[in-house]
Design a protein around this ligand. Structure first.
Ligand SMILES: Nc1ncnc2c1ncn2[C@@H]1O[C@H](COP(=O)(O)OP(=O)(O)OP(=O)(O)O)[C@@H](O)[C@H]1O
Ligand SMILES: [Mg+2]
Length: 232
């Protein structure tokens, strides 16, 4: 589903010109896998997820999604790929005048997601329940706390029924109970076949729920399989 071959990313014009945020990354992630991406602040977690979300291109190397090399896809194939991916951004942006429900249903409909109609409404209600947001359903997004807004972004991502979820610190603004609830939700999606990647600082989570882990440091990536000893 995801293949990286010698993928590097650098930002021209930055003070450390041509210093590589990501350097020669290699990765093969199959459909249905679950991967944590960990590493210190500035290690490149968001950059990696943004490239996988097709929001940025690699500076060099080959990135393939669903078997398509992204440097050579047609606009219509790119649209199809984007419909299959949901992102949970590190910086959540909701439409503040719309209600929680409207924000989620709009995201579910946008880009022609696979969810539709009554099915979609029921799924949104179920997600709101699981995320502890039922009481906020008809409130405007402007009234939400940071943690609540982040949970709405998670509901937006899941309501689209994606094949790939790219979650950038999805528990960053949560208390421990909410964080475990969110991990549980993402693990269930994964059990039903969705491929999940989570960038996180939460080492406790990575230690307690062991999964394949990519550790980013100085631009390089080290992969650890879940059965191996925990080194974090
Ligand atoms: N548009 C940009 N222009 C220049 N430099 C950038 C740009 N975006 C990111 N960077 C740099 O790339 C590096 C990696 O940033 P990134 O946001 O991917 O880190 P991160 O691992 O997600 O960090 P955090 O844990 O703080 O979210 C940082 O040094 C950052 O300054
Ligand atoms: Mg980040």
């Amino acid at each position: 589903m995801i293949t990286l071959r010698q993928v590097s990313r650098w930002y021209p014009g930055s003070t450390t010109d041509r210093s590589r945020v990501l350097d020669q990354l290699e990765l093969d992630l199959k459909k249905g896998e679950f991967l944590y991406v960990i590493g210190g602040t500035g290690a490149g977690k968001t950059t990696l997820l943004r490239m996988l979300a097709t929001e940025e291109l690699p500076s060099s190397g080959t990135l393939s999604l669903f078997g398509y090399d992204l440097s050579a896809v047609s606009p219509s194939t790119l649209r199809t790929i984007r419909r299959s991916i949901s992102t949970i951004p590190q910086r959540v942006q909701l439409l503040s005048d719309l209600t929680v429900f409207e924000n989620i249903s709009m995201a579910a409909r946008a880009a022609g997601s696979r969810a539709s109609g009554r099915d979609s409404r029921d799924r949104i209600f179920e997600l709101l329940e699981k995320l502890g947001l039922s009481a906020k359903r008809d409130r405007p997004a402007s009234e939400l706390s940071g943690g609540e807004a982040q949970r709405v972004a998670i509901a937006q991502a899941l309501a689209r029924k994606p094949e790939l979820i790219l979650a950038d610190e999805p528990t960053g603004a949560q208390d421990p109970d909410s964080a475990w609830g969110i991990l549980d939700l993402l693990l269930r999606e994964n059990l039903s076949g969705t491929t999940v990647m989570i960038a996180t600082h939460d080492r406790e989570m990575v230690r307690r729920v062991r999964k394949k882990t990519a550790f980013l440091k100085n631009g390089r990536m080290q992969l650890h399989v879940e059965e191996g000893p925990c080194r974090f």
